[in-house]
Design a protein around this ligand. Structure first.
Ligand SMILES: Cc1ncc(COP(=O)(O)O)c(C=O)c1O
Length: 391
């Protein structure tokens, strides 16, 4: 189908809830995407931090094909081999004794599962989260999202269970956690909030105050998890082990999956009948997830993300753009905060016109969240374009 026809049909039959860019793709290979007109793009967005192994990775493709040829779905009424296999692999990459996993279908759903677990475990009803954070679009994950623009008009669906603190403010969080607090949820790096980072001691403070007051620390690793930051989980950059990790995005190699991982003790409160989902952890997505983790381990992808990301941030800083206020991030989640929304959009458009896709988040921040298999040559392509358009 030609692009014009796809756009017309989309305008006629879909909810118009996305501000879409005028592009549609037919396929990808590695870090490259191909549009309906046959034009090739270097993709530094990877489906918003999903396609960490790029497009059509041979091992992931083979795992999906093999699984599809036998069985895509079977109910959680029965034992599911692929689910057990993936949970074991997740236990092998999570810090501490976080080795029990509950599967679901998205990041928002993983956070909902974490909140329900925390409320049941503590017998308390309050969830605290950071201003400028993002935790998803379902009722409770929206409630935990400390940005009013997302919650506005949906308040009737959101309970009074949520409170917000300034991301990085140690004194404030110390004063807010009390005997009503079930959990504090944090992103190690605020992704949608503009690739925001905070000093190391903040996460240690959250850990300590949660321990002191008997609340759980939930780490939302939906965007930062599975190697993105140069560690398997973003929180490992700060030497802190949370009580619960939520993940999604990159785990399924492009198939929709979410997961909540915690300790055996905490998981034990989620008894039969208290939580569940039809599709959660079905054989198809779990087979893909197993292949993703196996390939990442085999090919040293996490260490590669750390090394390439650190050098890339230096390259971008060395460009010396007067319009770039700050270059932030860990591993291959990089934010270039520009001096205005217009500057960020200009970089995005210039790159797109020259065959490179980047994302803008929080209005003024160019976000680079490429496949983790990105090469040096591919990273340099963006840096060269940035040099041409950021002055
Ligand atoms: C940190 C974080 N949490 C939760 C979500 C929601 O995930 P999903 O869109 O899969 O529901 C996102 C999505 O961008 C995210 O970045």
């Amino acid at each position: 189908m030609k692009f014009k026809e796809i756009k017309e049909k989309s305008s006629e039959f879909l909810f118009q809830n996305y501000g879409r860019i005028d592009l549609a793709f037919t396929h990808g290979k590695g870090c490259m995407l191909y549009d309906t007109e046959g034009k090739e793009y270097l993709d530094l967005v990877s489906g918003i931090a999903v396609n960490s192994l790029g497009y059509a990775h041979p091992d992931v493709t083979a795992a999906i094909q093999e699984q599809a040829s036998r069985m895509c779905h079977v109910s959680n009424l029965y034992y599911v081999e692929e689910q057990a296999e993936l949970a074991e692999r997740i236990a092998s990459i999570t810090p501490g004794n976080l080795d029990r996993t509950l599967f679901c279908n998205s990041g928002a759903e993983a956070n909902e599962g974490a909140f329900k677990t925390a409320v049941r475990y503590t017998g308390r009803g309050k969830i605290l989260s950071a201003l400028n954070g993002f935790h998803g679009r379902t009722s409770a994950s929206l409630g935990a999202t400390g940005q009013e623009k997302y919650r506005k008009t949906f308040e009737p669906l959101i309970s009074g269970a949520f409170g917000y603190f300034e991301f990085g403010n140690c004194e404030q969080i110390k004063g807010m956690v009390d005997s009503d607090t079930a959990a504090v949820i944090v992103e190690p790096v605020q992704g949608e909030g503009g690739v925001r980072t905070v000093p190391r001691d903040f996460f240690k403070t959250v850990r300590d105050i949660c321990d002191e007051k008997g609340a759980l620390m939930i780490c939302d690793e939906v965007q930062t998890g599975i190697g993105r930051t140069g560690e398997w989980y973003g929180i490992e950059n700060f030497g802190v082990v949370p009580d619960i990790i939520t993940m999604a995005k990159a785990l399924g190699g492009g198939l929709p999956i979410g997961a909540v991982t915690t300790t055996e003790e905490i998981s034990s409160v989620v008894t039969p009948g208290t939580h569940g989902t039809t599709f959660g952890g079905n054989p198809m997505v779990c087979a893909a997830g197993c292949a993703v983790i196996d390939v990442m381990k085999r090919d040293g992808i996490v260490a590669h993300a750390k090394d390439l990301g650190a050098r890339w941030r230096e390259d971008i800083r060395a460009v010396g753009s007067p319009r770039a206020k700050e270059v932030r991030g860990y591993g291959l989640i990089i934010g270039i905060e520009m001096d205005s929304n217009e500057s960020a959009s200009h970089v995005q458009k210039y790159c797109r016109d020259n065959g490179v896709l980047v994302n803008v988040c929080h209005g003024n921040t160019v976000r680079l969240i490429p496949p983790l298999i990105l090469s040096d040559g591919e990273k340099d392509r963006f840096t060269a374009l940035f040099k041409e358009c950021a002055f």
